[in-house]
Design a protein around this ligand. Structure first.
Ligand SMILES: [Zn+2]
Length: 114
């Protein structure tokens, strides 16, 4: 179980899944927002709170941020509602300290760099 909330607490998530790895991506938006992604199934995830959505380019992903404090809490793929990712920067560090972080080259090769 992984839980998290934005800074003001208006948006929360609860994931009934255990991460085997977390992903740090260098794509044009991730390098600006600096999220740490836990990719999981939508069915495993409970979301609460109102978010604003941002999608761009080919509109494959919609990044979700709290309407009050602006923290990016998760993204939702627009072409596959079964998968999503939560930003575990919103989680207490103790929940994720032992999970390996993999670097993903979303800017270029779409492959892992490690
Ligand atoms: Zn908030």
């Amino acid at each position: 179980m992984i839980t998290g909330s934005c800074h003001c607490g208006a948006v929360t998530f609860e994931v009934d899944d255990t991460p085997q790895r977390l992903v740090s991506c260098n794509c044009s938006i991730c390098r600006r927002l600096a999220p740490l992604w836990f990719h999981t199934a939508t069915d495993n995830t409970k979301l609460n709170g109102e978010t604003d959505s941002y999608a761009w380019g080919d509109k494959m992903l919609a990044f979700q941020r709290c309407r009050t404090c602006g923290c990016t809490t998760h993204y939702l793929p627009l072409d596959d509602t079964r998968r999503m990712a939560v930003n575990v920067r919103m989680s207490d560090p103790e929940q994720i300290n032992d999970v390996p972080i993999r670097r993903f080259d979303g800017a270029d090769s779409w492959a892992f760099l490690d």
